[in-house]
Design a protein around this ligand. Structure first.
Ligand SMILES: [Zn+2]
Ligand SMILES: [Zn+2]
Length: 145
């Protein structure tokens, strides 16, 4: 499988792997593969909504609550929050499957915190992410209507 990825990359031009590498902020093929795996788990059918329902509709990094802070009123499945997979898949070998628990192995993050946690050396370190956040969501911004 890795050889297949490498062949794609070596062929040149834009490939999904190029895009994944760019998004993951790495040129390392193993890092990229891990990134692809974790994104796949995060997007698995039903996982997202089940995690949101169990962990709450609030970013665990910065505290953003779309319902409170944006007056979001749509269905849970469309709420602008992501789920992030925290179980290390570092040592997972090709084709190996691993059980993961809902909601214990996931975090609810807003899109910005989600991108930031993927840039950390340890993508599971929520405390590091929280320490990095230095703003509060204001309830005092005047509404225009
Ligand atoms: Zn956030
Ligand atoms: Zn993630």
């Amino acid at each position: 499988m890795l050889a297949a990825y490498k062949a794609l990359v070596d062929r040149g031009g834009r490939t999904p792997v190029d895009t994944m590498m760019e998004e993951a902020g790495t040129t390392d093929i193993l890092e990229t593969r891990r990134y692809i795996l974790s994104r796949r788990i995060e997007r698995a059918k039903n996982v997202r909504v089940r995690v949101l329902e169990r962990r709450g509709l609030k970013c665990e990094g910065c505290g953003l609550e779309p319902i409170e802070h944006y007056r979001y009123e749509g269905p849970i499945k469309n709420i602008p929050l992501d789920v992030h997979h925290t179980k290390p898949i570092r040592e997972l070998s090709e084709g190996e499957t691993r059980r993961y628990q809902i909601p214990e192995d996931f975090l609810v993050l807003c899109p910005t915190c989600h991108r930031m946690i993927h840039k950390q050396k340890d993508e599971a370190d929520i405390d590091l992410l929280k320490r990095s956040v230095s703003f509060f969501h204001s309830k005092k911004i005047p509404r225009q209507f």
